[in-house]
Design a protein around this ligand. Structure first.
Ligand code: HEM
Length: 476
């Protein structure tokens, strides 16, 4: 494992200029997407602090850094470690350090269910595998080239953990699902994803649209929005827990396992298209799907091509994200309430005083369950997204977006009760406004995504992980 110089870690204010020299201390998969194709999210319960720390020590040499991931010969298998608030306690972290973590992290995702809209079928009482309970201490994310090799490795890691009194509590296996048409990574609903990820200052310039709007161009977002110890968009250092070395180069991971009702989604497209335009042929179903997401399945944004898909535009990284909605205040091209526009409103007029450049998130994760081929009847098989949202501030970024933008409508001039049509808790019938359609209001949109479990995790920098393993932050 690369060793970070002590001087660097004591710097209280890291900036974009420091980022590249810190990549050896930042866990891999945060700032970059691995090129591996399969993944296992393995959740462990630690029985004793000593056992847990010794177990971490045994794993340290296997943990992949961002520098490893960017080394030019991308690793064929990767391991990364993140710890829940219950896990920090189980590892014996001192009360002072523990209390210095943000309160929403310490409470855990299940305790925040009401704010997040995780109610009804997504109620934490129904979550699987102990997710959301005090049993989930450590998430080990393994990735590899195929499901079989990842599973073999997972079995080895879990078997070795037992001798430290660490037990595998749950596992979610996931893989890249490829879009049948474009061959690009896609979500089960059939949309190319991800496309839009924040460009991070000091790392790369990204493509037009990835960063923050500046004049007619774009600039990268300050690293402190995604990493602890760095300057953020306000020019302030994102708070780190105590001591500083525990937080620096670390971040928070919001893990959410979200089931996708692919059969229900496809069925609804027909019904929704008929209600909006009085036609339910394939072209209108595709249009209905695009209105829900804000992109055509190819990834082509409605903001740039509202009336028809443009696969050529979708394939051009310099164009596919280069829009800001400023020319579409009424949502005639891209509905105000489309998933994409809610999750990143760019230059849309919003009523809340939020700074959109401080509401960005890195999205990672893969799909679980087998794809449902186009045209196949619903098979009732469980499938969805094992998603990781990476942010420096869970409350200001993920929770704000989920609670205020995904589960409500008023921030963008829609009725409060109107929720995200793709991932909102729409129960048996939610509202979706599609300006410009013959009948622009739908009142029967279904719930297509249901959270089956999740947790907030802290992904320490590699030096901090070693410190945790060595008992450097322990109270005993
Ligand atoms: C099963 C659940 C989900 C599915 C199927 C889904 C699907 C998609 C798709 C197809 C895109 C367009 C591709 C792209 O622009 O990168 C997208 C973008 C995005 N989604 Fe989701 N998503 C899900 C959950 C979430 C959640 C929980 C959040 C955050 C609360 C979120 C935030 C975003 C953001 C920030 C973007 C990019 C917006 C932009 O920068 O323009 N998504 N999602």
């Amino acid at each position: 494992m690369p060793v970070q110089s002590v001087e660097r870690l004591t710097i209280e204010r890291l900036t974009a200029d420091d980022l590249k020299s810190n990549l050896g201390d930042i866990q891999g998969g945060i700032l970059e997407e691995y090129e591996t194709l399969a993944s296992a999210y393995v959740f462990y319960t630690v029985e004793t602090p000593e056992g847990g720390r010794d177990w971490l020590k045994s794993l340290l040499d296997h943990v992949t850094s961002s520098a490893d991931a960017r080394s030019g010969h991308s690793p064929k298998q990767t391991m990364n470690i993140a710890i829940s608030a219950f896990g920090l306690k189980a590892l014996g972290v001192s009360e002072e350090s523990w209390m210095s973590f943000p309160h929403v992290f310490r409470e855990g995702m299940a305790a925040r269910a009401h704010r997040l809209g995780d109610t009804g079928p997504a109620d934490p009482a129904k979550w699987e595998g102990g997710l959301g309970t005090a049993d989930i201490h450590v998430m080990v994310n393994l990735t590899g080239l195929d499901a079989a090799s990842v599973d073999l490795w997972r079995q080895q890691v879990s078997a070795a953990a037992i001798e430290y009194g660490v037990k595998q509590r749950h596992v979610v296996e996931a893989a890249v699902v490829f879009d049948q048409r474009s061959g690009c990574p896609a979500a089960h609903f059939g949309f190319v994803d991800p496309i839009s990820q924040p460009a991070i200052a000091g790392l790369d310039e990204g493509h037009p649209g990835d960063g923050a709007r500046e004049g007619n161009g774009w600039r990268s977002i300050a690293p402190g929005e995604f990493l602890l110890g760095y300057e953020n968009e306000l020019g302030e250092v994102t708070a780190t827990p105590t001591p500083h070395s525990l937080g620096v180069n670390g971040t928070f991971i919001v893990f959410r396992k979200a089931a996708q009702d692919v059969g229900g989604f496809r069925k609804y497209l027909k019904q929704g298209a008929m209600n909006l335009w009085g036609k339910d042929d394939l072209a209108h179903q595709e249009k209905m799907a695009a209105k829900i997401v804000g992109r055509w399945k190819s990834g082509c944004p409605l903001a740039l091509s509202p009336d028809q898909d443009n696969p050529e535009l979708a394939a051009d990284p310099n164009r596919v994200n280069d829009f800001d909605y400023a020319d579409d205040p009424e949502g005639l091209k891209c509905p105000l309430g489309a998933h994409l526009r809610r999750a990143n409103p760019r230059k849309s007029k919003i009523t809340s005083a939020a700074d959109v450049n401080r509401k960005r998130m890195i999205r990672r994760g893969l799909e679980y369950g087998p794809p449902l081929p186009e045209g196949a009847p619903d098979d009732g098989v469980s499938r969805g997204q094992a998603g990781m949202i990476i942010v420096a501030d869970i409350e200001l970024q993920f929770e704000f977006i989920q609670a205020e933008w995904i589960q409500k409508g008023d921030f963008i001039g829609l009725p409060t009760e109107e929720k995200d049509p793709l991932i909102g808790a729409n129960g048996d019938g939610g509202q979706f406004t599609v300006p410009g359609a013959d009948m622009p209001f739908l009142f029967d949109i279904r719930q297509f995504v249901t959270v089956e479990g999740g947790e907030y995790f802290f992904a320490p920098g590699l030096s901090a992980l070693r410190g945790l393993a060595n008992g450097q932050y322990s109270g005993d």
